[in-house]
Design a protein around this ligand. Structure first.
Ligand SMILES: Cc1cc2nc3c(=O)[nH]c(=O)nc-3n(C[C@H](O)[C@H](O)[C@H](O)COP(=O)(O)OP(=O)(O)OC[C@H]3O[C@@H](n4cnc5c(N)ncnc54)[C@H](O)[C@@H]3O)c2cc1C
Ligand code: FES
Length: 372
């Protein structure tokens, strides 16, 4: 098939796209993305623009994420990234990534991923989206790279000229850490209902900050967005930030059923697993032998316990991230045996057909041998 995307965007290409829109990206069928452009946003944040190798349109809800598999140093590493672009521009997909000092994937993306390179991706996934909670008035609260899902939602409303009343309050360390500053200002000029407020904790060298200073709290929220109680609230940022926002809203008597948040750090869930007491076998619950073929470890896993939880309780360290069957990080080949699996998007049907399982959401129904 002719690779339309390899050719420059001339009038014939545009005609072809209009006459016959490409099929929708389907995670069951498609798994490769080609990097088409890299854009610097701030000193430690970059945007990566992707397209499918064959023409595809992407269909997703603003705020959803993809799970990527990167080949780094001969190892396959999974990470999730929010789709920062908007589904209203379906021919491309963008992620915006903050470089974490010492972080293997974000560093690799910043230093190595270039236009023309290919990565594997799965999704879209996730339920942090304004599309699931339509409202006339929103309050978007973000800090640092947590801006990405709120940016996707804002870009979508802007493209659709939805007329929604959006109060977007973004917190950053300093003025040089402001992501999407110019685009947000442009959208706010074009969309009467969109109001952007920014808080910085400190000045930066050569960039003094004259706006709101410090962290968001109830007093500041009352000042910046006095009608916040009437709004559907979406929050994304580091854990202490989200904790602060949650406490402020609760203190204000906010209806918390209208509060939605997304964490970029699945490790809190991982910690919950780590903290789980040693697997207790309830009376009458059968236990099965689980062998890990590569690491030559074996353990007993009760049939009412997830394999990952049992392995962690036995002191094994296995790749995992969400522990909810969403991200695909814990995917393993099941060499023999049967499991009862309850995934939430982290594995494709064709992978299941090839004998792969997500051990975070699989309970044994027989003795197992797992390639890991
Ligand atoms: C649903 C979901 C969506 C995500 N979307 C984005 C996104 O749009 N943009 C983005 O940059 N990252 C996003 N992340 C985080 C991303 O998956 C990686 O964790 C991040 O890029 C760091 O990867 P790493 O391999 O470099 O470091 P890791 O080894 O994964 O992390 C190193 C340390 O940094 C912490 N950390 C991870 N992410 C951040 C962060 N953003 N800010 C501060 N500390 C962090 C981790 O808790 C860990 O302690 C998302 C994560 C999830 C679960
Ligand atoms: S750890 Fe995310 S799917 Fe298992």
């Amino acid at each position: 098939m002719t690779d339309l995307l390899e050719r420059p965007a001339d009038s014939r290409l545009i005609e072809a796209l209009i006459a016959a829109p490409p099929p929708v990206w389907d995670s069951e069928v498609d798994d490769t993305l080609v990097c088409r452009a890299v854009r610097r946003e701030t000193h430690d944040v970059m945007t990566f623009v992707f397209e499918a190798p064959e023409p595809r349109v992407f269909s997703y809800r603003p705020g959803q994420f993809m799970t990527f598999e990167f080949e780094i140093g001969g190892e396959a590493i999974n990470r999730c990234y929010t789709i920062a672009s908007a589904p209203t521009r379906p021919h491309r997909l963008e992620i915006t990534v903050k470089k974490i000092p010492g972080g293997p994937v974000s560093t690799w993306l910043h230093e190595t991923l270039k236009p023309g390179m290919r990565v594997k991706a799965m999704g879209p996934m996730g339920d942090f989206t304004c599309a699931a909670h339509p409202a006339p008035k929103y309050l978007f609260l973000s800090a640092g790279s947590g801006i990405t899902p709120l940016m996707s939602m804002t870009r979508t409303h802007h493209d659709l000229a939805s007329g929604a009343d959006i109060a977007f309050v973004h917190s950053a360390r300093s003025p040089i850490d402001l992501i999407f500053e110019a685009e947000l200002a442009l959208m706010a000029r074009e969309q009467p209902g969109l109001r952007i407020t920014t808080l910085c904790e400190a000045d930066a060298p050569m960039a003094a900050w004259s706006g709101y200073r410090g962290r968001i709290d109830l007093k500041r929220l009352e000042l910046i967005c006095p009608d916040f109680r009437e709004r559907e609230v979406f929050v994304c940022g580091p854990a202490p930030y989200m904790e602060g926002v949650r406490a402020a809203l609760a203190e204000a008597g906010f209806d918390m059923s209208r509060h939605h948040q997304e964490s970029f750090d699945f490790s809190e869930l991982g910690d919950q697993i780590d903290a789980e007491p040693e697997a207790e076998c309830e009376a009458g619950v059968p236990s099965f032998r689980v062998e890990f073929a590569t690491s030559r470890r074996a353990l007993d896993c009760p049939s009412d316990q997830f394999v990952l939880a049992a392995a962690k309780a036995a002191g094994m360290r296995l790749p995992s991230s969400c522990a909810k069957g969403m991200c695909g990080t814990c995917k393993c080949k099941l060499v023999s045996g049967t499991v009862e699996m309850s995934p939430s998007g982290g594995i494709r049907q064709r992978e299941i057909d090839q004998g792969m399982i997500l051990i975070c959401c699989s309970k044994p129904t027989s003795d197992l041998v797992i390639e890991r």
